[in-house]
Design a protein around this ligand. Structure first.
Ligand SMILES: [Zn+2]
Length: 475
C-alpha cells in the first residue's frame, strides 16, 4: 500500500514535469512544429557555436526540454535512451540568430511619400523561418500591436522569435513618414520613455531630427528605467551621441554626419552628409578617431548592410525572397529593379567602403552587431534578409565564425540575454538552426535552413517560408 502510493506520487511528478516542460501550441502553429520531443540529439554535425571558437566537425549536441544538456565529439557524447536522434551528417548547426535592427513593418510608399505598414502576420513567422530566434524591433509604428504579438508568440498562438521590443520612434518634425510621431519638447521624449517602459517596452530609439538636449534627457530617462537607447541619427553626430551616452547607433557608419565641415548644431545635413562620406578617405584619421571614441564610450554599432545593397547584378529581394511578395508588390519591385540596373556604380563604391569601415571598427575592438532593417526600397524582407546578412559579412571579409558571432552572440550580449541565448553552450536555451548543407563550403547554404529550434522545439523552416509566399506587403 505504502509502495503503491509512492509510485502514484512519482508518476504524478513525472507527468507533471513533462506537462510543464512541453509548450502547447495552437492549431495555427502546430502544423509547423516538426520536433517536440523532450530529449533531442543532433549527431555527426558541423558546429559553429557562436562564441568565435573554430568550426568543429562530427559534433553531437543534446538538449533536454528547453536547454542544451550535452555537447562534444560524437564518439564521446553518449545519447540518452529514448532521445529523438537527428543525423547531422553533411549538415551544419549554428546558434539561433539574434538580430537588432528588425521591424514588424514594411514600406508602402504612395504619392512620393515614404510610408510603412505593419506586417503583423508575415514578418514574425518569416523571422523564425529565417533562423532568427531573438529580435529587437528597433523602432515601432504600432507598439501596442508588437506587445500583443509577443504575448501571442509566448502563448504558442503565433509563430515567431523571442522579441525585445523598442518603443515608437522618438523624433522631431522633419521626417515626412506619416507613421512617425513628433515630439515638441525634450520632456515629451521623456514622457514616451516612461509611458512605454511601464507597458513592457524594452528599449528606445531616437531618430534623425532630435536635438542634443532631447537625446540627453531621453538617455537619462531610459537609463533610470534600466533600458538602453539606440539611434538612427543625423542632426546629432555620432561623436555627440557617444559623448551624451547613447548605447547603440544604427546603420554602421552610413548615417554619420560627423564629417560635414560646416555642420549646424541639431540640424540634419542630409545631402552634405552623403557627400562628405563619399569624399572621406577609407583610411581617414578622422574616421579612425571617431571609431576610437565609440569604442572608448562602449557604443555598439549595428550593421544593416541589406538595406543598402546595390541593385546591379544583385537580387530583387535579398536572400531569394521575391516569391514571398504579394503579386502587385512583386511586379513593382521587379520593375524598379530593372530600371535601376547599371545605375548604382557610385553606391556600390560607397557600399564597399562602408563594409570596410565596419570591419575596421570590429578589428579595432568595436562592438558590432547585426540587423536587416526591412524598409528602404522594399527589397529587404524579414527572414530572407537575415540570411543575407551572413552572406554580406562574408563579402565584407569577415570569417564565417566572425559572421555568425556578430549575428548571434554580439546581439545577445547587447540585449543582456547572453546568459540564455546567442551561443551554443551547455546550460543555455536550445535556440539553434540545423542547416541542410555545409556552411563552411558555401555560405549560400545559409538559405537551406531545415529546422529552427526555439527553446528546444523544432520548427520547419521551409514549410513556414512556403506558407508565406505571395503574402508579404498584404499581411
Ligand atoms: Zn529601421
Amino acid at each position: 500500500m505504502k509502495n503503491k502510493s509512492l509510485l502514484t506520487i512519482l508518476a504524478f511528478l513525472v507527468l507533471n514535469i513533462s506537462t510543464t516542460q512541453a509548450q502547447e501550441f495552437s492549431r495555427a502553429v502546430m502544423p509547423y512544429v516538426s520536433i517536440q520531443e523532450s530529449v533531442v540529439a543532433i549527431t555527426n554535425v558541423k558546429l559553429i557555436d557562436g562564441t568565435g571558437a573554430p568550426i568543429r566537425n562530427n559534433q553531437t549536441i543534446i538538449f533536454t526540454g528547453e536547454n542544451i544538456t550535452a555537447m562534444g565529439n560524437s564518439n564521446e557524447v553518449s545519447i540518452p535512451e529514448g532521445a529523438k536522434t537527428i543525423d547531422g551528417t553533411g549538415k551544419t548547426v549554428i546558434p539561433g540568430l539574434v538580430m537588432l535592427h528588425e521591424h514588424i513593418f514594411y514600406p508602402k510608399p504612395f504619392d512620393g511619400v515614404f510610408s510603412v505598414a505593419q506586417m503583423t502576420f508575415t514578418f514574425p513567422r518569416l523571422y523564425l523561418a529565417g533562423g532568427v530566434t531573438t529580435i529587437r524591433t528597433a523602432g515601432s509604428i504600432e507598439p501596442q500591436t508588437d506587445i500583443n504579438i509577443r504575448k501571442s508568440i509566448e502563448a504558442g498562438r503565433m509563430l515567431g522569435p523571442k522579441m525585445d521590443l523598442t518603443g515608437p520612434f522618438i523624433e522631431r518634425a522633419g521626417t515626412p513618414v506619416p507613421e512617425v510621431g513628433v515630439i515638441e519638447s525634450s520632456q515629451q521624449g521623456v514622457e514616451m520613455v516612461n509611458y512605454w517602459s511601464d507597458r513592457g517596452i524594452n528599449s528606445f530609439k531616437v531618430y534623425q531630427n532630435i536635438t542634443k538636449e532631447d537625446l540627453t534627457q531621453v538617455v537619462a530617462a531610459a537609463h533610470a528605467k534600466g533600458k538602453k537607447v539606440t539611434g538612427h541619427i543625423c542632426s546629432v553626430t555620432y561623436q555627440e551621441a557617444a559623448e551624451i551616452g547613447i548605447d547603440n547607433i544604427e546603420h554602421g557608419f552610413f548615417q554619420s554626419s560627423d564629417f560635414v565641415d560646416d555642420k549646424v548644431d541639431n540640424f540634419c545635413p542630409a545631402f552634405k552628409r552623403g557627400q562628405a562620406l563619399g569624399e572621406l578617405d577609407l583610411n581617414s584619421p578622422k574616421m579612425k578617431a571617431l571609431m576610437d571614441l565609440l569604442i572608448e564610450k562602449n557604443v555598439t554599432i549595428t550593421s544593416t548592410l541589406p538595406v543598402f545593397e546595390p541593385y546591379t547584378d544583385r537580387e530583387v529581394v535579398l536572400g531569394g525572397g521575391i516569391d514571398a511578395m504579394s503579386p502587385e508588390i512583386k511586379e513593382s519591385l521587379i520593375a524598379g529593379h530593372t530600371r535601376r540596373q547599371g545605375r548604382d556604380e557610385a553606391s556600390l563604391a560607397q557600399f564597399k567602403k562602408q563594409m570596410a569601415w565596419e570591419k575596421m571598427f570590429y578589428e579595432a575592438g568595436g562592438k558590432l552587431a547585426a540587423g536587416t532593417d526591412p524598409t528602404g526600397a522594399g527589397r529587404t524582407v524579414a527572414g530572407y534578409a537575415n540570411q543575407r546578412v551572413v552572406e554580406l559579412f562574408i563579402e565584407a571579409g569577415f570569417t564565417l565564425v566572425e559572421a555568425i558571432k556578430i549575428s548571434s552572440l554580439n546581439g545577445a550580449e547587447y540585449l543582456e540575454r547572453d546568459a540564455e541565448v546567442g551561443s551554443l553552450v551547455v546550460g543555455k536555451k536550445a535556440d539553434l538552426v540545423l542547416i541542410n548543407g555545409d556552411l563552411e563550403a558555401d555560405v549560400a547554404n545559409i538559405r537551406k535552413m531545415e529546422i529552427v529550434f526555439k527553446n528546444g522545439v523544432g520548427f520547419d523552416s521551409q514549410k513556414i517560408f512556403e506558407s508565406m509566399k505571395g503574402k508579404v506587403g498584404m499581411h
